[in-house]
Ligand binder design. Structure first.
Ligand code: ADP
Ligand code: MG
Length: 291
């Protein structure tokens, strides 16, 4: 495209809440046939709320006290939900020591003198723990689209905390619009298959990759490209940065992590997903202007 047509498109995009960092990204968007899209904070609001506390062999209040004390040290949206939920239930959230975060898995540390870990099945597996006994409860929560996390206390799984993260108002319309343009949508998330499926079903997305670690998302994008797809990746988190950088076009949420925006060619200022549809139309217009 000519510099002028790109500037016009970029100007128009900025007006609509779409920031284009490099003009080449907008040009490549016109050729995209596959969109890989993250769940938490991208398709969903990323402001999950604590919905369930299931204690096993421990007081419910103590479980939530230990869980929230640990999550106080994390910046993950799931952590914030647990801390806020605990406070709303009148719990004085303690601090932690030896805090450690494991990307895509969970957190661990010492709270009120007890060793506590919180996270998904992979996190528990790293500790040699198997949440099989809580499987039915977990599956029921996940079928509702909730994210269930296990809490281990002193080397024993002592319960589940679950959060629900509402789907963005703009998500369904954006997905429909992109599908109408012939773009294949793939949901890629670090969350479980069951939870991802519930969200995908709500939005009419039929392809998904669950349980993805940050490097998995990046590898998946590279794989698709190797097989000839022209790939856009949309995401908000630190965990999405490798995939955003690996894609033909990276699309970051302005509401997300700085490193995501740094890795992307396009930023949706307010995380409004219909911006992707507008940017694509803009990109097509930019190219047809010079033909
Ligand atoms: P997504 O790809 O959906 O944005 P992440 O990769 O950030 O999600 O996280 C994947 C999974 O790892 C979460 O669904 C959760 O089970 C677990 N996890 C990550 N960080 C935390 C945390 N601070 N507390 C509890 N669980 C966590
Ligand atoms: Mg995310």
């Amino acid at each position: 495209a000519t510099p002028m047509s790109i500037m016009t498109a970029t100007g128009r995009g900025a007006h609509a809440g779409v920031l284009v960092k490099d003009a080449a990204a907008l040009e490549r968007l016109a050729a995209v046939d596959t969109l890989v899209i993250d769940k938490t904070g991208t398709l969903t609001e990323g402001k999950p709320k604590l919905t369930d506390v299931i204690a096993d062999g421990i007081e419910e209040n103590e479980l939530l006290t230990l869980a929230s004390g640990l999550e106080k040290g994390s910046e993950h949206p799931l952590a914030e939900a647990i801390v806020d939920g605990a406070k709303a239930r009148g719990i004085a959230v303690p601090g932690s020591a030896d805090f450690e975060a494991v990307t895509g898995k969970g957190v661990s540390g010492t709270v009120s003198g007890k060793k506590v870990a919180l996270g998904n099945t992979a996190m528990m597996a790293d500790l040699g723990l198997d949440p099989a006994a809580l499987e039915d409860r977990t599956e029921a929560l996940q079928n509702e689209g909730k994210t269930a996390m296990f809490v281990a206390v002193e080397g024993r799984i002592a319960g589940i905390v679950a959060v629900a993260d509402p789907v963005k108002e703009t998500a369904a319309e954006a997905i429909r619009g992109l599908q109408a343009m012939g773009i294949t949508i793939v949901l890629a998330t670090g969350d479980t298959e069951r939870t991802a499926k519930a969200i995908a079903k709500k939005l009419g997305i039929d392809r998904l990759r669950a349980g993805q670690l940050p490097q998995d998302k990046g590898g998946f994008v590279e794989d698709l490209r190797r097989r000839g797809a022209v790939v856009a990746m949309a995401g908000d988190g630190v965990n999405d940065a490798p995939a955003l950088a690996a894609a033909d076009v990276g699309i970051a949420m302005g509401t997300g992590a700085d490193v995501a925006m740094e890795s992307a060619g396009i930023t949706l200022v307010k995380g409004n997903l219909t911006g992707i549809v507008r940017a694509r139309r803009l990109a097509e217009g930019t190219l047809s202007n010079i033909r």
